[in-house]
Design a protein around this ligand. Structure first.
Ligand code: PLP
Length: 359
């Protein structure tokens, strides 16, 4: 068996150790004679798996008891609707920052439920920089301020947490657990699982408990945070196997030393790759250096006509899924927690070789 280095943006690579453990436990979870997939979500066994995963997540992410942690379904995109439905309350509008494709999707969906005030947009720069907060047109009456700390497609990432007077809401899908974060600055954080947590479909939501119970009466039951919180995220059948796998990923991350330790590795991986790109005349990344994403590194080749050859050569070396998002082209290397430093080294070695051959 050989495992490739998979640079996919999502669903992304999972740690090999996690998949091995899942394989080991697939047919008979710890002497129960059943797979986790076949267990009742109400069984003692599954409830223990679910509770352990939540405890480990809280410990890793530093989430206090002031927050509910919800394991919901429908991916991050379902939260684009859940957030306005739950948080607008008696307010009529919410503030949003536009830094790219995911921000825009969140904005478009929120507009279905209320008024959206775009307080700042990176559009004029071609989404390569972020305006300082002093220039944002925030509304003190807004129900909340939503932003996308890391734009997974554009590779544009905030290097600061906004100072918001209203509850701060963040789509942390592609950076959750990648380094330490002060959760207490946020009213709500959500993250689709398929980048740093586990299989797609699952979405983890951390919501400050004082924000619960304000959902609009039209809110579908399945999107109501209070219903999810009151039912331990088991109002209906949760995505049990994904939840279990997320739990295995959390335990793996604890064995790596937690988010502080993985954060150092992630910083080193990103620094190496951007450093290499900057030193080369053949590869380029357009983002203002302080706003470059640690997790998603888009880059272009000197000649687009070489893209196909580059991707074929990469694949032949077991470096997979380096094509950029279909909306932007070029290349993108996603280097989440599960991508070992050796994967980045192998990518740089290949890029060096390719440049020598084609420059
Ligand atoms: C991947 C991603 C999403 C979409 O997640 P789904 O689970 O597919 O809905 C939303 N926001 C960001 C920042 C992402 O990276």
């Amino acid at each position: 068996m050989s495992r490739a280095f998979n640079f996919c943006a999502g669903p992304a690579a999972l740690p090999t150790e996690v998949l091995e453990q899942a394989r080991e436990e697939m047919l008979d979870w710890r002497g129960t004679g059943m797979s986790v997939m076949e267990m009742s979500h109400r069984s003692d066994e599954f409830v223990a798996i679910a509770e352990q995963a939540e405890r480990d997540f809280r410990e890793l992410a530093g989430v206090s008891d002031d927050y509910a942690v919800l394991f919901m379904q429908g991916g991050a995109s379902s939260q684009f609707a859940a957030i306005p439905l739950n948080l607008l309350g008696d307010k009529t509008s919410a503030d949003y920052v536009d830094t790219g494709i995911w921000s825009k999707k969140a904005i478009a969906e929120a507009k279905r439920f209320g008024q959206v005030n775009v307080v700042s947009s990176s559009a004029a720069s071609g989404y390569t920089t972020i305006a300082p907060e002093s220039e944002w047109q925030c509304d003190p009456q807004a129900a909340y301020l939503h932003y996308t700390p890391n734009e997974t497609i554009g590779g544009l990432e905030f290097d600061f947490i906004p100072e918001s007077r209203v509850p701060l809401v963040a789509d942390l899908s592609s950076t959750i657990l990648s380094r330490p974060l002060d959760v207490s600055r946020f009213g709500l954080i959500y993250a689709g699982a398929q980048k740093n947590i586990g299989p797609s479909g699952l979405v983890v939501v951390m919501v400050r408990k004082d924000l619960l119970g304000k959902a609009s009466p039209h809110t579908p039951t399945m999107l109501d945070y209070k219903v999810a919180a009151d039912n331990g995220s088991m109002y209906n059948t949760p995505s049990t196997y994904s939840w279990y796998l997320a739990g295995l990923v959390f335990q793996w991350l604890k064995r790596q030393g937690g988010v502080a330790a993985i954060g150092e590795v992630n910083a080193r991986k990103a620094k190496k790759l951007y450093g290499f790109i900057d030193d080369s005349d053949f590869y380029a990344n357009p983002i203002e250096p302080r706003f470059r994403s640690w997790m998603n590194v888009p880059f272009t080749l000197a000649d687009d006509a070489l893209n196909k050859v580059f991707l074929q050569g990469a694949e032949a070396r077991g470096l997979l899924n380096l094509a950029g998002h279909r909306s932007v082209g070029g290349m993108r290397a996603s280097i989440y927690n599960a991508m070992p430093e050796a994967g980045v080294d192998a990518l740089i070695a290949y890029m060096t070789e390719f440049e020598k051959e084609h420059a």
